[in-house]
Design a protein around this ligand. Structure first.
Ligand code: PLP
Length: 389
């Protein structure tokens, strides 16, 4: 009889693993399933990045252990990208940590900063990995509801000073998963003030930083005066360059936090395969045309989807960034009963909003992760169920 450690008992099953199983079971019945449930980019990595890996892979230097905390050239490449894109200056050695995907850092920061019982503010709905990190660290979550009334931004005024004073860490994420909301510099200014006043570390998850719509480039938290004093930003190549399978991410900002994250990474991973680091540097330093094309492709998909939704009478607010649409379920359904029905009867996978927190109830998340015709087809199939209007 195996007796798991206490820290494992608070850890829920990975939410998307269950979703993938359900989708696969439907496909195994021979059905043409359109999977818009998981946030997995459907496009390949741009060829110049793949070629950089092919060139680097035979180099024997990369077959040995990489340097702890990664190669300096990759840290310089990401610092240079932040300078060009956001005007943010980063010291590559002190203010950059290379991560095994953004996900690991988002989990490790809780382990770096929270003692058992310490409070962490998390958005609800929000990306489930924030909770896993807090659970593994034995921390206590205080939820920050994100509602349409407040443009899916946390309302700092609604957090009691007693809770705010107890909090040690908070997560924010814009462009947002799952709501598709974006945040402007005024919100980040308020965030820095709130964090500084209550002594809270900010973890800004900028996974969708490259995907903004309607001619609006998303704002980085690190562009805010004082941001580096209170927090770090998590940045990843997964979505920006269609490199989700490569597992390359970064933590950027406050040097004390970066050094803690580097310490924990050194123990877990040493660092990524050097060939992947070389390809990641090629992505960051090469032409950024592919990034602009990617953002406009998602915008076209969004517009095609909303065109089809209008035809079937499904009303929702358009996302302003990320590749997610946050869609209200029709009357009489919960997020789970609606997504189960849509999978069963329309062969379309949508993520039930409740999987992102209790304030996600009443919504489903749809990823713009198929060509325009497939997105339209998904909506037309759902339209045939006659649930709207
Ligand atoms: N943060 C958010 C909000 C995400 O949606 C994801 C991936 O889906 C990540 C972070 C993690 O990205 P990765 O670990 O691939 O860098």
């Amino acid at each position: 009889q195996i007796s798991p450690a206490n820290r494992m008992t608070g850890l829920p099953a990975q939410f998307f693993a269950g979703l993938v199983r359900k989708a696969n079971a439907q496909a195994a019945k021979g059905r043409d399933v359109i999977n818009l449930g998981q946030g997995n980019p459907d496009q390949p990595t741009p060829p110049h990045i793949v070629e950089a890996l092919q060139e680097a892979a035979p180099n024997p230097m990369y077959h040995r252990y990489p340097p702890f905390s990664g190669y300096p050239f990759l840290k310089q490449a990401v610092a240079q990208r932040y300078k060009e894109d956001y005007g943010v200056e980063l010291d590559p050695e002190k203010e950059v940590a290379i991560l095994f995907g953004g996900k690991t850092g988002l989990i490790e920061i809780s382990q770096c900063l929270l003692n058992p019982g310490d409070v962490c503010l998390v958005p609800d709905p929000g990306y489930p990995d924030y909770w896993s990190g807090v659970a593994l660290a034995g921390g206590v979550m205080e939820l920050m509801p994100l509602t349409a009334d407040n443009a899916f931004l946390p309302d700092y005024g609604a957090i009691s000073p007693a809770v705010a004073d107890k909090a040690k860490l908070m997560f924010i994420n814009y462009p947002n998963n799952p709501t598709g909301a974006t945040a402007g510099s005024e919100f980040y200014k308020q965030t820095v003030e709130f964090a500084a006043k209550h002594g809270i570390v900010v973890a800004s998850d900028f996974a969708y930083g490259a995907i903004g719509f309607d001619d609006k480039q998303p704002v980085s938290f690190l562009q805010t005066p004082g941001a580096k004093e209170v927090g770090v930003e998590f940045y990843t190549l997964s979505k920006t360059y269609n490199m989700a399978g490569w597992r390359v991410g970064f933590a950027l900002g406050n040097p004390e936090i970066i050094s803690l994250i580097n310490l924990i990474q050194d123990h877990y991973y040493c660092s990524l395969f050097g060939g992947i680091q070389a390809a990641a540097a090629a992505a960051l330093t090469g032409s950024q045309q592919c990034v602009a094309e990617l953002a406009s492709a998602y915008e076209n998909r969004r517009n095609a989807l909303f065109g089809a939704m209008a035809e079937i009478g499904w009303q929702a607010a358009k996302p302003s960034g990320s590749f997610f649409c946050w869609l209200p379920v029709p009357k009489g359904f919960t997020s789970s009963s609606f997504s189960d029905l849509v999978l069963e009867r329309a062969d379309v996978v949508l993520a039930p909003g409740v999987g992102f927190g209790k304030h996600g109830e009443g919504y489903v998340r749809l990823g713009l992760l198929a060509p325009e015709e497939r997105l339209q087809e998904a909506i037309h199939r759902i339209g045939k169920l006659n649930l709207f209007g």
